[in-house]
Design a protein around this ligand. Structure first.
Ligand code: MRU
Length: 369
């Protein structure tokens, strides 16, 4: 997608140095656009854990490139295999909820360990990292092609009046390699000239909606309004939301969806008000092992400071201020699970399906047991 008119992906190999991976440091957006270099697997693990990069697809792609950096290191280590296994463990321990992380690490290990000499293994690791990133971008593009039909139908039913879409957190191109999942149908609709407007949940505590989704929609020229997280129910009651489209960090093969905390409450409000509630995801975000998402999807608990403090621009400087009494406790459950029964449909790279085992495995028959 474009930043100030120039095309960027969220992760790439440095043009003149194949041993450097470049990312956009998302902690600094929307106020500063900083590109960061990653040169070791430790850099990569820190970038994922401390959320320089975030979002399911990009976490997976970054882990893919991290395994490539690990292969460069392994070629100089005492044991190639042990170095790769340690690197895999390091990356896997960074964040627990987005399943794309373990999917990408496993894909790399399977590919690299089958190759021969260290030089061949390093070449395979680079090729696989690029494949993971390219596939992520292409799958998100296809999600847009399928999802745009939903927006077109609503626009037709409204005789061309504005289609209001509500989204939560950032499942945009910043959360993937390009296009995004939830935003891809929105960009496709906007590019086809459909009159769209996006309600952007601010998404406490880290405010990915207010800082990232608002920024990237603005870069593309898509009309949007940032709202406090708790306003969605009111908007739905008053007919101001035509469709909700969110992303996901892990979706079970039965259709339960883990996404940024607060998604479940939006789904309840949507159900109560008859608003269609869609979840957009590439197949790398399906968990083909877990049946009961509420019981079994691991939910990341982050530090209390993210709840107690808030960061923003003040007199030209980024400042952090305390919101709560210093002595109050704060809890920070970063994700929640929306049960399949509250979801209208899943928008995938292979098409739109109902959130149930039969329909999901109908689209992905290779995962039938
Ligand atoms: O904690 P984050 O920012 O990595 O969380 C990911 C998200 O932005 C959302 O949960 C998103 O909707 C799904 S990721 C495509």
């Amino acid at each position: 997608m474009n930043v100030n008119g120039r095309h960027y992906r969220t992760i790439w190999i440095k043009e003149d140095d194949e041993s450097v991976v470049r990312i956009i440091d998302q902690r600094r957006l929307p106020h500063e656009f900083i590109i960061e270099d990653l040169t070791t697997v430790d850099d990569t693990a820190t970038a994922i854990k401390d959320m320089h990069v975030r979002g399911a697809g990009l976490i997976g792609a970054t882990a893919g490139y991290g395994m490539y950096l690990a292969a460069l290191e392994a070629a100089r280590a005492a044991s190639f295999d042990s170095h790769m296994e340690e690197a895999a463990e390091k990356l896997l321990s960074t964040r627990p909820t987005a399943v794309n992380l373990s999917w990408a690490v496993k894909r790399q290990l399977d590919a690299v360990m089958r190759a021969g000499s260290p030089a061949e293994r390093t070449a395979v690791a680079l090729r696989t990292a690029v494949e993971i990133a390219d596939e992520d971008a292409e799958f998100c593009r296809r999600i847009g092609e399928h999802g745009v039909r939903l927006i077109e139908e609503i626009a037709a039913a409204k005789n061309g009046r504005t289609v209001n879409i509500l989204t939560h957190c950032n499942a945009g191109w910043l959360a993937f390699v390009d296009y995004g999942s939830a935003t891809s149908p929105i960009y496709a609709a906007f590019d086809r000239g459909i009159d769209v407007h996006v309600w952007v949940d601010e998404t406490r505590p880290r405010n990915q909606g207010a800082s990232l989704t608002a920024w990237e929609l603005g870069q593309h020229g898509v009309p949007h309004t940032v709202i406090p997280d708790n306003a969605g129910g009111h908007l739905m009651q008053h007919g101001l939301v035509d469709i909700v489209i969110v992303g996901t960090d892990r979706t079970t093969y039965t259709g339960d969806v883990a996404n940024k905390t607060g998604t479940y409450l939006k789904a309840l409000a949507a159900k109560d008000n008859g608003v269609p509630f869609y979840v957009a995801l590439p197949s790398s975000t399906f968990d083909w092992e877990i049946r009961d998402g509420v019981r079994d999807i691991p939910i990341e608990e982050r530090g209390p400071d993210e709840v107690m403090y808030i960061e923003g621009l003040c007199d030209g400087e980024i400042k952090r201020v305390l919101l709560t009494p210093r002595e109050s406790r704060a809890a920070n459950y970063a994700f929640d699970v929306t049960p399949a029964r509250l979801i209208t449909g899943l928008i995938t790279e292979r098409g739109i399906c109902a959130p149930n085992e039969e329909a999901i495995l109908g689209l992905y028959p290779e995962h039938r047991r």
